[in-house]
Ligand binder design. Structure first.
Ligand code: FES
Ligand code: FES
Length: 159
């Protein structure tokens, strides 16, 4: 089995690790670095539970080899909440945007990427942004409410 020495910058911290050629980014994050907030759902790029930010882009970490992330900046849900509950997380809680919570890390990370590029999205734009993230519980309506509410909070905070 061939292995590779790589460096991942996860939530601002550099990690040197050795991975197999076939190791998925999600497995390197969860199993080697213990960032277990990133969930594994389908492992076939359909559910979005494994979404992380790679150089600021929301990507499904089950669809990326760890070696492809070598030298890149990765942000997981742990990074989103590094300074306490992020406004997105607070809004998901307040708007009942989660039930079992399995999809929530991926949803929050995806929404974070959306609000970075578009601080005032329409409900349609929010729905488009999360279309690759499946939720079996909420029916999505409250998730859209939560993202809309967090966007307003973040705009106020930066005003
Ligand atoms: S686990 Fe990656 S998209 Fe479902
Ligand atoms: S809250 Fe259960 S899958 Fe979304």
């Amino acid at each position: 089995m061939s292995t590779h020495d790589i460096t991942l910058t996860v939530n601002g911290t550099d990690h040197d690790l050795t991975v197999a050629s076939r190791t998925l980014l999600v497995d390197a994050l969860r199993e080697q670095l213990d960032y277990t907030g990133t969930h594994v759902g389908c492992e076939t790029t359909r559910c979005g539970a494994c979404t992380v930010l790679v150089d600021g882009r929301a990507l499904k970490s089950c669809n990326l080899l760890a070696v492809q992330a070598d030298g890149r900046r990765v942000e997981t849900i742990e990074g989103v909440s590094e300074e306490g509950l992020h406004p997105l997380q607070a809004a998901f809680q307040a708007e009942h945007g989660l039930q079992c919570g399995y999809c929530t890390p991926g949803m929050v990370v995806t929404a974070r990427a959306l609000l970075e590029s578009n601080p005032d999205p329409s409900r349609e734009e929010i729905r488009e942004a999360i279309e690759g993230n499946l939720c079996r519980c909420t029916g999505y309506h409250n998730i859209v409410d939560a993202v809309e509410s967090a966007a307003a909070t973040l705009r106020e905070d930066s005003a």
